[in-house]
Ligand binder design. Structure first.
Ligand SMILES: N=c1c2ncn([C@@H]3O[C@H](COP(=O)(O)OP(=O)(O)OP(=O)(O)O)[C@@H](O)[C@H]3O)c2ncn1[C@@H]1O[C@H](COP(=O)(O)O)[C@@H](O)[C@H]1O
Length: 105
């Protein structure tokens, strides 16, 4: 998964300056952060709907759409998959329940 996210980050960076008429990535970035964020939300909701409908193929397709649009958002925010990787690695071994308890104390 990390491999494909790294490749996707390179693709997004390479397509960012393409003419918007030739690239979905460039067209989306040209619309600005709010639109990119809106698309992430839209794809997340579509993933939720697919999950509730128990549609395995749709979950896969919508998850791929979500990860692509998240990659565009990371690019727009000056982030790379390495940044997310580091945060997930930091959390490794820490129970979600223990983390929540530490936040509340
Ligand atoms: N992985 C993707 C990818 N996943 C989904 N999408 C597009 O994201 C859109 C999501 O569907 P929507 O119905 O929400 O989009 P839409 O109909 O354009 O709706 P609006 O944006 O108008 O709201 C579709 O147009 C998909 O084709 C993607 N577009 C590009 N990529 C990757 O980015 C590369 C470069 O693409 P371009 O930037 O288009 O050259 C591709 O080769 C792929 O590797």
């Amino acid at each position: 998964m990390t491999d494909i996210l790294n490749r996707l980050a390179l693709i997004v960076a390479a397509r960012a300056d393409a003419p918007p008429s030739e690239s979905h990535t460039a067209a989306l970035l040209a619309k600005g952060r709010a639109k990119v964020a809106e698309k992430v939300g839209e794809e997340a909701i579509e993933t939720v709907i697919a999950a509730v409908q128990d549609d395995r193929q749709a979950i896969i397709g919508e998850s791929a759409d979500l990860l692509f649009h998240l990659s565009v958002l990371w690019h727009d925010a000056g982030l790379t998959p390495d940044n997310i990787d580091a945060e997930l690695a930091r959390r490794e071994g820490l129970s979600g329940l223990a983390e929540k308890a530490a936040r509340k104390s």
